[in-house]
Design a binder for this molecule. Structure first.
Ligand code: ADP
Ligand code: MG
Length: 139
């Protein structure tokens, strides 16, 4: 089934000017970038986006990192896009990420790990709606 997932190229990626390199890995994996926008997340946006992690010890650091520099928000489309993108991203901790994954190639640390990707189809829908109108997604 053709699915859409939500992606963020995180501040460590925009800061190092490697968003094109990451997009090349995404496209080579067969995911199509059907919407994309560069934004500087507000504190409120980042807190809401990562609400599920509010009780975790790294929440404050995560929100600070995500608002420090611009990000690129994206919608990716493919057969089984949610699981496919999680595979292309690699494990949260780059030390555990498989060869060739975005996080193995580019992540600096478990916190500054270059990309976000939705963890379920349901969350993908919720996350996409936080950043994109239907008419701005062109598949
Ligand atoms: P993922 O991004 O792989 O879905 P999580 O949803 O568990 O991972 O965590 C969200 C984000 O929070 C991670 O991508 C990472 O930036 C940050 N994070 C997760 N665990 C830690 C940790 N132990 N220390 C610092 N930051 C973390
Ligand atoms: Mg997650």
């Amino acid at each position: 089934m053709t699915e859409r997932t939500f992606s963020i190229l995180k501040p460590d990626a925009t800061r190092r000017n490697i968003t094109g390199k990451i997009n090349a890995v995404i496209e080579e994996a067969g995911l199509r970038i059907v919407a994309q926008r560069r934004v500087h997340l507000t504190d409120a946006q980042a807190k809401k986006f990562y609400e599920v992690h509010a009780e975790r010890p790294f929440y404050g650091e995560l929100v600070a990192q995500m608002t420090a520099e611009p990000v690129v928000v994206q919608v990716l489309e493919a057969e089984g896009a949610v699981a496919k993108y999680r595979e292309v991203m690699g494990a949260t901790n780059p030390d555990n990420a498989a060869e060739g994954t975005i996080r193995k190639l580019f992540a600096l640390s478990i916190g500054e790990n270059s990309v976000h990707g939705s963890d379920s189809l349901e969350n993908a829908g919720i996350e996409i709606a936080q950043f994109f109108k239907d008419e701005d997604i062109v598949g």
